[in-house]
Write a protein that binds this ligand. Structure first.
Ligand code: SF4
Length: 403
């Protein structure tokens, strides 16, 4: 079959999985203005931006001959629940014979999940299928680890663009991997590539760290979030994104009663502030904000599609949460009108704010230490003075008494 998928961050894992299952892969292009225009033209007017961008991508893939589009997500109380049906209907009305298959949490409806596996497994024997699943999981896990490092180390590169260039080479390297041994070699080589890039030394106390939370599609796809992470890195800020494809897989495949992955515990961290999940990742995102505050992050960037219901719920709570946790939160509402210059200006202003707050906190800490030392020295001085006074004022005991 000719198979495609939405462009959502790093898509090497999807590509290798479909190739290993014997499908012909139609690679989706990085969303462009044309993708956006197509999506806007053929989507319901008030639908959220991930739907529109995906719609545009699906049309482009159908134009290139894709017979099947495989995607993830697709249920829940918000509009995500109607994505697959509406995407399918629009494609049909445009005359494309392309089927949309959406995978979601297998614990929600295991039978439907299994039927979809049967549709794409392409008669692959079960033992081979397990091997392919393990290979692809290893691949996305390793690539995600490298991408996480990229978003930290890139903040300190001496020559702007070195890490991004290295990352592009790393993606190509992983695309060529065939076995688990290849993956291990590629990972080692990738680390060596990172290590060879000149970086400036920054003291631990000078590191500025920002967490990224929000709707899964917009935080994973740089063309939609206008390269938020790269902009922050270029401003000398380390970035930690809460969504990666391997984390999503673990969150949806590992039973919730197990102590891992971490996202299960993070989900429960927000029980008091967000007792119910309104759809998407709103409850989990609130948990991540609390986690970032506990880990001493300097700020959080909240990326939400314009009119996204679950993230609007978070948006309403964030001012109070930010004050309570003493953690600046910048919310950016993204739609088809949003330009990179606007995002950049907002991020620059935010970075200035959190940087000055970071150093103000440090000064306060130093002042506290100085005050403590001063009062300790005073106490010691008082004690020494007391002892000396006692020594000089205590009358000498006479050796013998005379009448
Ligand atoms: S989470 Fe937000 S953006 Fe995603 S489908 Fe739901 S309402 Fe739309």
């Amino acid at each position: 079959m000719k198979v495609s998928f939405p462009h959502m961050g790093c898509i090497t894992g999807y590509k290798r999985l479909m190739e290993k299952l014997g499908h012909e892969v139609i690679m989706p292009d990085t969303p462009t203005q044309r993708t956006m225009d197509l999506g806007v033209k053929y989507s319901p007017e008030f639908i959220c931006i991930p739907f529109k961008v995906m719609m545009g991508t699906y049309i482009e893939c159908a134009e290139k001959g894709a017979e099947v589009i495989v995607s993830s997500g697709g249920n829940g109380p918000c509009r995500a629940g109607m994505y697959p049906d509406v995407h399918q209907k629009v494609l049909e009305e445009l005359g494309y014979d392309t089927k949309v298959i959406v995978f979601d949490n297998m614990f929600v409806d295991f039978k439907a999940f299994y039927q979809k596996i049967l549709m794409i497994k392409n008669n692959t024997p079960t033992h081979k299928l397990i091997g392919i699943a393990i290979f692809c999981y290893n691949l996305i896990k390793k690539m995600d680890r490298l991408e996480k490092q990229l978003k930290i180390r890139r903040a300190y590169e001496l020559n702007q663009g070195d890490f991004t260039k290295a990352w592009k080479k790393i993606v190509k390297m992983f695309e060529a991997c065939e076995t688990n041994a290849d993956l291990r070699r590629a990972y080692k080589k990738a680390i060596d590539m990172y290590d060879s890039i000149p970086v400036r030394h920054v003291e631990e106390s000078d590191r500025i760290r920002v967490g990224i939370v929000g709707e899964i599609y917009v935080i994973m796809e740089p063309s939609v979030n206008k390269n938020t992470e790269e902009i922050l890195n270029s401003l000398g800020v380390e970035v930690e994104n809460v969504q990666y494809i391997s984390d999503w897989v673990e969150h949806n495949v590992v039973p919730k009663w197990l102590p891992f992955p971490r996202s299960h515990r993070i989900f429960n961290l927000s029980d008091k502030i967000s007792p119910i999940n309104c759809g998407g990742h709103d409850k989990e995102n609130m948990g991540w904000v609390i986690d970032f505050a506990r880990r001493g992050f300097d700020g959080v960037v909240h990326l939400m599609p314009f009119a996204c219901l679950p993230e609007l719920v978070n948006l309403g709570k964030f001012p109070a949460v930010s004050e309570e946790l003493n953690l600046p939160i910048l919310s950016l509402s993204l739609d088809e009108q949003m330009g990179e210059a606007h995002v950049k200006t907002r991020l620059e202003a935010f970075t200035d704010l959190i940087r000055s707050k970071h150093y103000a906190k440090q000064r306060t800490r130093l002042d506290d230490v100085a005050e403590t030392l001063e009062s300790a020295a005073k106490k010691v001085g008082d004690k020494v003075g007391e002892v000396r006074d006692n020594l000089t004022t205590t009358p000498k005991t006479p050796k013998y008494q005379t009448k």
